[in-house]
Design a protein around this ligand. Structure first.
Ligand code: CMC
Length: 447
């Protein structure tokens, strides 16, 4: 589906839709802009004057634009992904994650001076209040790191109460910096907590990815030096996951943020959405699937099970709501996976994944439904090679997506057309009925 920035050229002023209502015989004119109609314009279509008026019904927003956005462009049919106009392959090859984070929010690449200042600010804000450490220590030994991350980021809102002044640009600046800076620290604390290892404080002499890997892996050595291939892989994966237009978690951030809550709370909602297995949790699900398959010889039976599964069993890491061809991020990740495996050594799951992809791409079921590998098909293998536990994969996604969430949140906030998100419904329940209880409340409620 082409994004509306490029499709806009097909509409000229005065273009409109003519609608005839068979119920009344009346005709209506609805303006077309950007190949889109405003569903609020349908409200004029009524049978009786007192009617509410016509609505659009679109569960899961399959064909409804909820905003105008200048941040990320996707053409799912052609496999195009661009941030602020820059193709994802160029950014992942040449840029750093912090440069991309700046680009997403500000709309332009930073100058050297802006980049240096931004990097300094992020580095300066990596430490968290000691109470956050204690707070993290309160989780059970086997807590899921995404639960800890959701709670940890939501808690930041109580440490920075002035962040609720969302109309103050300086507050938005500092919240952006704090979120990007502290997310890896809290994420690393969650990692160490589950391992029963002491938390490692940030090393502010290190770049973003290296500092994160240091907080994950450092033991008694005075400075942890991550393998350059691993540090680069993390930075590239952060770039690939930085934004993806109006996906489930970004829509959650925008919807929650539209209530004018502070950005930490809005981003916490995004993390919760990302946790789900159909969204950020998919790379975790891919690894579990590969483990379940266990051997390339079991693949045909697994594929048959997926095809006969009546929608229940899925080939995880395949298919996408928007991409109906190869996800451009998957191509980059596959190459990155090769680079990392050269360092870590080959991997049985990689052999299964390659064979699974080969069989699925030649199978009529997947071809007909345009199901191709998505970004999550190979990311799990990279994380596994770097020895991240499976349930930690989505945390890595969340660190990266924070840049996109905040850019999208601010765009929503500054968009004069946006209001508090509040969808309509088609009511399918009972009409009015008289209350008659069958319960005995006499011992609890005195009436
Ligand atoms: N394996 C097998 N069949 C599938 C798959 C799959 N992975 N994905 C879709 N289908 C089938 C589905 O059963 C349906 O078949 P039919 O028309 O016979 O009923 C058809 O393809 C269309 O599926 P859909 O559920 O209507 O498609 P959707 O756009 O609602 O779902 C999706 C998109 C990503 C949720 C889905 O493809 C899926 O569940 N994939 C596996 C999970 C996954 O890898 N998610 C990561 C997405 S990428 C990361 C991100 O951006 O968050």
């Amino acid at each position: 589906m082409p994004g509306k920035t490029e499709a806009a050229s097909t509409a000229t002023p005065g273009d409109h839709l003519e609608i005839k209502d068979s119920r009344t015989g009346k005709s209506y004119t609805v303006p077309i802009t950007d190949d889109t109609i405003r569903t609020a314009d349908l409200r004029q279509i009524k049978v009786k004057d007192e009617d509410f008026g016509m609505m659009g019904y679109d569960p899961a927003f399959m064909n409804t634009a909820s905003c105008r956005s200048a941040i990320t462009y996707i053409d799912g049919d052609k496999g195009i992904l661009r941030y602020r106009g820059y193709p994802i392959d160029q950014l992942s090859e040449k840029a750093s994650f912090l440069e991309v984070a700046w680009l997403l929010r500000k709309g332009e690449l930073p100058t050297q001076a802006e980049y240096d200042q931004f990097t300094h600010d992020i580095t300066f804000h990596t430490y968290v209040h000691e109470n956050i450490k204690q707070f993290m220590e309160g989780f059970r030994y086997d807590a899921h790191p995404m639960s800890m991350l959701t709670a940890g980021i939501a808690a930041l809102s109580s440490f920075y109460p002035t962040a609720k002044n969302i109309h103050d640009p300086r507050e938005r600046d500092i919240a952006f910096i704090r979120l990007l800076a502290k997310m890896p620290t809290i994420a690393a604390f969650a990692y160490r907590h589950v391992k029963g290892m002491p938390y490692v404080y940030p090393d502010n002499a290190l770049p973003y990815a290296e500092n994160f890997l240091s907080m994950i892996a450092r033991m008694s050595e005075p400075r942890y030096e991550a393998h350059p291939a691993y540090a680069r892989a993390i930075d590239v994966l952060f770039i690939l996951h930085a934004d993806h237009e109006q996906n489930c978690s970004t829509s959650a951030v925008r919807a929650v943020g539209s209530s004018h809550v502070d950005p930490y709370s809005a981003v916490a909602a995004g993390i919760a959405a990302l946790y789900g297995p159909l969204h950020g949790g998919a790379n975790e699900a891919v690894l579990r699937m590969l483990t379940e398959i266990g051997d390339p010889k079991n693949i045909p039976a697994f594929i048959e099970n997926v095809k006969n599964g009546e929608g229940e069993a899925r080939l995880m890491g395949f298919g996408h709501r928007v991409y109906k061809s190869y996800d451009p991020r998957a191509t980059i990740v596959k190459k990155l996976c090769d680079d990392v495996l050269k360092v870590s050594g080959s991997n049985k799951d990689m052999d299964i994944a390659l064979e699974l992809e080969r069989i699925a791409l030649s199978d009529e079921y997947f071809i007909k439904r345009k199901l191709y590998p998505n970004v999550d098909f190979y990311t799990g293998l990279i994380y596994q090679a770097m020895k991240f536990p499976t349930d930690y994969f989505t945390v890595l996604f969340a660190i990266a997506r924070t840049s996109g969430w905040v850019a999208q949140w601010e765009e929503m906030l500054l968009d004069k057309e946006q209001k508090i998100a509040r969808p309509r419904q088609i009511f399918t329940g009972h009409g009015e009925r008289k209350y008659k209880s069958t319960l005995n409340y006499s011992h609890t409620i005195k009436k």
